[in-house]
Design a binder for this molecule. Structure first.
Ligand SMILES: [Zn+2]
Length: 255
């Protein structure tokens, strides 16, 4: 079964994976049947709110990977929305020239915040997919800058024409699936924490298999565990194929 991984960080400098080491990680992906990866960047290397120059450096690394592995890597443009409209527009325009197809948002701000307006307007204008970090964080009291599933739902409601991937099925849980259920412009990726029995099946029952995308979050998580989360589920082969490959192919417009 061919696989597309929509959530990877092949460069993670603090984890000891620099440009030379990234080749081995992507070779491992290919050996496991992965035919394409979405690269989101080493998003926390400079902390949760990087400067414009730091954002550029992260995206330059992604562009380097895309050049090094043509046809295998799709880059998403990492942004810090709190830098403001001008900085955001400048970086999105630069990333478009680099051939990136989406936007990656982490924990610089909550997805409900007003600073998201220019980001989402640019996503809509250029038909960029937005992958938003999300996790059930209420108990940890970091919602000021950490996006919860309900915040993704709010974002999706405000921008119904933008295609949004809510990251981390396991981190978002049952609550997260139910929060985004009414919003047909939201897909959920299967990454986040260790697999949890029954959760993927629940997500398919609630959202349909078409709204779920396989993602690993390597090197934070392992490819094999991430793939086994889908292949070891009770889902039938057509649903597994949709999640592991076809949905991402259609969303990214890959051949
Ligand atoms: Zn990630």
């Amino acid at each position: 079964m061919r696989i597309i991984d929509v959530h990877t960080h092949p460069l993670m400098h603090e984890g000891g994976i620099g440009r030379p080491e990234s080749a081995a990680l992507l070779a491992r992906a290919r050996s496991l049947g992965i035919r394409h990866v979405v690269v989101l960047g080493d998003v926390l290397v400079h902390g949760r709110s990087p400067t414009a120059a730091q954002v550029r450096a992260i995206n330059d690394d992604t562009a380097w990977l895309a050049r090094k592995h043509p046809g295998f890597v799709t880059g998403f443009c990492y942004l810090n929305p709190t830098l403001g409209k001008t900085a955001v527009r400048r970086e999105v325009e630069r990333c478009l020239e680099l051939g990136f197809r989406g936007i990656k948002l982490e924990i610089a701000n909550n997805a409900r915040d007003a600073c998201m307006q220019p980001v989402m307007a640019l996503a809509e204008q250029h038909r960029l997919i937005v992958l938003q970090h999300a996790w059930s964080m209420t108990k940890i009291r970091q919602r000021r800058f950490h996006t919860d599933p309900e915040d993704v739902a709010t974002l999706a409601d405000r921008y119904p024409r933008v295609r949004i991937i809510m990251a981390h099925l396991t981190g978002c849980g049952v609550r997260g699936v139910l929060a985004v259920k009414p919003h047909a412009n939201v897909w959920v990726d299967t990454s986040g924490a260790a697999p949890e029995a029954g959760l993927l099946e629940f997500a398919v029952e609630q959202l349909g298999a078409k709204r779920i995308l396989y993602g690993s979050d390597v090197p934070v998580r392992d490819f094999r565990v991430a793939i086994a989360r889908v292949k070891g589920s009770a889902l039938r082969a057509p649903a597994q194929r949709a999640i592991l490959h076809d949905n991402a192919r259609d969303l990214l417009g890959l051949p």
